[in-house]
Design a binder for this molecule. Sequence first.
Ligand code: MSP
Length: 639
Amino acid sequence: MIEPLYITTPIYYVNDRPHLGHAYTTIVTDVISRFARMKKQECFFLTGTDEHGDKIVRAAKKENLSPREYVEKISSLFKNLWPELNIENSYFVRTTDQSHVEVVENILRKIYDSGDIYFAEYEGQYCFGCERFYSERELVDGKCPDHGTAPEVIKESNYFFKMSKYQQWLLDHIEKNPDFIRPERYKNEVLSFLREPLEDLCISRPKSRLKWGITLPFDEDYVTYVWFDALLNYVSALEYPDGETYKKFWPHVQHIVAKDILKPHGIYWPTMLKSAGIPLYKHLNVHGFWNVDHSKMSKSIGNVVEPLQMKNIYGTDAFRFFLIRDMVFGLDSDYSEEAMVQRINSDLANDLGNLFSRVIAMVHKYFKAVVPNVDLSLEKEMELGLKEDAFNAVSCFESSMENFSFHKAMIAVWEFINRMNKYVDVTAPWILAKQKSTRKQLEAVIFNLLEGLRIVSGLIYPVMPDTAKTMQKHLGLDPETPFYTLDLLRSWNTIVPETKLPKGISLFPRIDFEKIQKERADIAASVLAEEKLPDITLEDLSRVDLRAATVIKAEIIPRAKKLLKLEVDIGEVRTIVAGIANDYKPEDLVGKQVIVIANLKPAKLMGILSNGMLLAAVEDGKSSVATLDREVKPGTSLR
Ligand code: MSP
């Protein structure tokens, strides 16, 4: 019997709405838990929300809500999002749950009684954003490395956890268990932290400064430091210490986190577990960060990706597929909507979608929608190595999934899909269909294709469960049998002859990204047109950097009908993308002196970074570029 699996995501702070980063971690964890189902492995999948601490109090204040009202609101945004993304977690833990609070109190008392917690006065540099003290060594130019702000010096008496006591023990444990933290780069990062002196961990905050937290069971005047509280969710959710789920799943725990929270998970958590006498986790699996259009995702840049919005436009499965296919687990990756659309159109609409509808259409056309009964010897003759390639795809998929190389698992599936597309070309069923004498061969070819598609449907199940189920239905497979188990995917000839197949469908319609962009631009324009612009002051106006610019070069952008790429001289050379291709040829513009807004935040259009904006009047959809009456030095300001 295969051992069970306990897999967790971080519990997310409720100081902000869920975004792409949260969605990725939770989707990847869902993929792992569905892969467990493929192996018939019992799996407990935990996610939840982290609801105490300064950050939350400040966020609640901003919305004029009490912390309790505020956490209810945001926690439910997370909880309700996951089913929308087809995430099937076993439980959703909240650090404000009474059962969690009790476990935190219980473990704090245990550690306190063992002598690993002491009281002391401490003066240090505290970052309110991170809710922790920083040592001089950790600061970058005297500032918090995450927030870029100077920490404040705080002096207060607090409780400390003797983390340093376990420093050597943890070093030894990691060296003895090289895959305790993986991939290796993150193990090395933790080892290098551990090779420097490790300070004890301040685990309390005086109530005079922060009330929103779990009161220390041994001192009424203090609440628990949010990380000490949050990490314990991983045991509280299983009903530590006596719950059956705890006994069954804790010995098989693996955590999934991103690199931002490596230190609490790689250092605080194992030492806390050791001190509390709880066995350590099996593996800490660390992934990289999604950047958006090559920048860090942040509210101030305005590039935060909303998972629900992406799901509504592109569908859950396509969104999940892109995230899994385009990130190498452990490394950073870049997200752009355009790259996602390209991936959907090429891999999903073209390779998989076309193959599926072609094969199902042939069953309808040549066999009146009924799966042909195949002559086994001919099936072999017509198979041309397809079966072996299918099994190779299954084993490559399996080993890649085991190694957290999810993108490689998908590559293996797509190599097989492309192999099937070639098989259709080589066997040319439409030619076999022309003569009665090749009818048996035609039956064998179609049967093999249906078998291949059945295997594909199982292999995509963890990443695209809805599409997998649609394929199952359209292949006439029994809806009650889990079609995705690895043992079924390692067998051939399980498609049932004589089954009548439902009407064909298009799994992934092609997406016209230009159309989507145009619709968005139209909506934005109509909103603008309806808004009466407010009066502005001279000071407002002085924030707009208007300059005379000479066009040096102009070219069309293939695939973007309305856009021109311009190089302009504004005292320095800038690239600007302008939506004037319908009204100007590139050669009309070169040498012209135009007006640009030089300090508009750069934005990417069709993959090109546009650094400024050209002014033009637009009348009935036709643009007229603003020019200067008399030529001036490029870069001259307009006022
Ligand atoms: N509450 C803590 C975790 C406590 S766990 C005991 C926390 N919360 S968080 O809301 O900030 O979530 C951090 C996690 O969100 C990251 O570790 C990662 O899983 C996910 N991501 C947030 N931004 C991300 C990206 N830009 N890219 C990928 N994942 C990221 O830290």
